[in-house]
Ligand binder design. Sequence first.
Ligand code: SF4
Length: 394
Amino acid sequence: MELYLHIPFCVKKCGYCDFLSFPADAGVQRRYVEALFREMEQWKEPCRGYEVSTVFVGGGTPSLLEAEWMAEIFDGIRQNFCLAGEAEITIEANPGTLTRKKLDIYKHAGINRLSLGLQSSDNRELAVLGRIHTWEQFLESYRLARESGFQNINVDLMSALPGQSMASWLCTLRRVTELEPEHISAYSLILEEGTPFYERYGHQEEKGNRVPDGLSLADGNEALSGISLPDEDTEREMYHRTEEFLKGCGYERYEISNYAKKGRECRHNTGYWTGVPYLGLGLGAASLWEGRRFSNVRELSGYLNGRTTDRDSLQILTEQDRQEEFFYLGLRMVRGVPLAQFEEQFRRQAEEIYSGVIQKHIRDGTVIVEDGCLRLTSLGMDVSNYVMADFLQG
Ligand code: SF4
């Protein structure tokens, strides 16, 4: 099994972010850590007999918490769960919130993978996104992490940003690959409803048009006014050039938006895409556990007062749900969906259930069967949401 812990606190909210995250004072953060301990204790008995192969502490900005509290959280994990000796243990961290002391404490607590949220190496783009750090602060955090002995680092990047040109995106890729992190996540900006970015740019996308209309930013920063999203062609080109560029630097794409040096694929996320059960602890955290999906409550006061699972979220997975997930999530992986494994798991051939869909997409050139796996082609990757949705049986 895998374990996810959600730390919802951030210095301030980025303009594009719809994650469950917000600023909070130290008193609230401490009460949250105590609520996490209580939740861990609740799961001690049900998890007896399971070995935890990966832990991922995400957010929010987990590195905002006092490092000593993070060490206590890891003591709690070890007291309540059986952690595998070679477990992959990741923490998300943002530049501007890391110090050498924090990193040393993380290392000592057994954290062996660091995921740094950078997004861009261009300080102007970082300012537009509302990030709290500069490229120079990222460089300092990265240097400190290496000095503390972290040998497995991911850097999160984001393309198709307002005002971003192809040259600027390639500059970010070049500067980051020169540092040789083991893993790079490269997503395109998505305009999520309810965010300031959606308010500002959403109507451009609805019209299928990401071309400038000279809107000014909601924060009133005149220096940034008139900045627009790259058009759709540039966005697509950025996506394609990313794979090409990273491949040339020794990073293989193993999932739609994730690249790694050989053997450095993220084990935790690969588990999500291949149906490994996981338990999510903390505010709003989702779980896939013993054939059920459920999430925790999303209201901080409820969680601090001992409410954990949101009963309305409980979904008992049917055989059909599990088959759909096998394809829907598995197709994200570049290696594709292993057909023999499907047959072994469901005692039916995938071709029998999905014959029409598979044939249609093979004809369209969006999927291919190779080495016993059904996988997206390059064209299929471009329209992955549309292809994956077809594997939902209705
Ligand atoms: S740091 Fe991450 S989680 Fe926090 S507001 Fe920004 S994007 Fe959201």
